[in-house]
Design a protein around this ligand. Structure first.
Ligand code: AMP
Ligand code: MN
Ligand code: MN
Ligand code: MN
Length: 289
């Protein structure tokens, strides 16, 4: 029997091995129960494959699991991540357009692998071995470069090879944000711009304005990479535009050490329980309209 001493807690942004997280869906929900979470959204990149197992585990462990997906999208020529929430995401074939783009990402990973192998001897196979069958991302290439001694840290691997403008960078195929918004709304879901604070500072406000114009329902205010000042800023921006304010840790298990489920980096993520009620109200309004 699980006893909880912590106050009600919410995490609306977490990954499993269905994308680039370190935990299976079962392990993720077990970690949520241990952390005392009441509500957990499972938001893998461009897939809902981990959600069904997480829902089962949630029913077993007393954690309310919300279906979600972190969709890779394009706004004004920039890549943004859009968090989609709603039961409609689970309808068979609902995310086919997203899945097709994901297939394009597999081709992109081979292109990165070719470039990187020529530059460093570390290629697709090394990153794939690290990913262990999960969706490959540049994070795996970065870890492979560290593992094989080419770079000292993941940050250095990005700075030298993998970031936009560096020699092994290949743009990822993605969907225009307007199309993601239309798709998710059509499924009765809502769309939230993930971690706006992670956008490049010089273009952040412009990209966020475009995302709002594209029709997102909300902004992710609480996130492991948003400090207090950023949280205040994005909360004020969300309020000014009448948008939902949501939040989550962006937990990736062992693949992002230092980011804890429910609490982010050093406790910087504390999502008010009220957020869940507001999210559910938006979902209910959408399904009925
Ligand atoms: P991809 O979707 O293949 O472009 O890779 C995105 C992954 O790389 C995500 O897990 C990001 O958190 C990670 N990533 C992107 N840029 C950096 C960076 N500069 N340092 C560390 N990780 C990064
Ligand atoms: Mn990720
Ligand atoms: Mn993201
Ligand atoms: Mn994420």
């Amino acid at each position: 029997m699980l006893t909880r001493h912590a106050p009600a807690a919410v995490d609306l942004h977490a990954h499993t091995r269905a994308s680039d997280g370190g935990d299976t869906p079962d392990e993720l929900v077990e970690a949520a129960a241990t952390a005392g979470l009441e509500v957990l959204a499972v938001t893998d990149h461009d897939t809902v494959e981990g959600v069904a197992a997480a829902l089962e585990a949630g029913a077993r462990l007393g954690v309310e699991v919300l279906p979600g997906c972190e969709v890779t999208a394009d706004v004004d020529g920039r890549v943004v991540h859009l968090l989609a929430y709603g039961d409609g995401l689970l309808a068979p074939g609902a995310l086919r357009r997203v899945t097709d783009v994901r297939r394009g990402r597999a081709e992109r990973n081979h292109a990165i692998g070719h470039k990187l192998e020529a530059l460093t001897g570390v290629g697709h196979r090394h990153a794939a071995a690290l990913a262990g069958g999960a969706a490959l991302s540049r994070a795996h290439f970065a870890r492979a470069l560290v593992q094989r001694g080419v770079a000292a840290t993941v940050a250095e691997a990005f700075d030298r090879y993998l970031s936009n403008g560096r020699p092994a960078y290949v743009p990822a195929p993605s969907l225009p944000a307007e199309q993601v918004v239309a798709l998710v709304r059509g499924l009765g879901g809502v769309v939230v711009l993930a971690h706006p604070g992670r956008l490049a500072a010089a273009e952040r406000e412009r990209v966020v304005a475009h995302a709002i114009a594209a029709g997102v329902d909300g902004l992710e205010v609480w996130h492991c990479q948003h400090d207090q000042q950023a949280q205040r800023h994005w909360l004020a921006t969300a309020r000014r535009h009448g948008l939902l304010a949501t939040g989550g840790s962006d937990y990736h298990g062992a693949h992002k050490p230092g980011v804890r489920l429910g609490s982010g980096a050093g406790g910087n993520v504390r999502v008010p329980l009220q957020v869940v009620a507001e999210l559910k109200a938006r979902l209910a309004a959408r399904v009925c309209s």
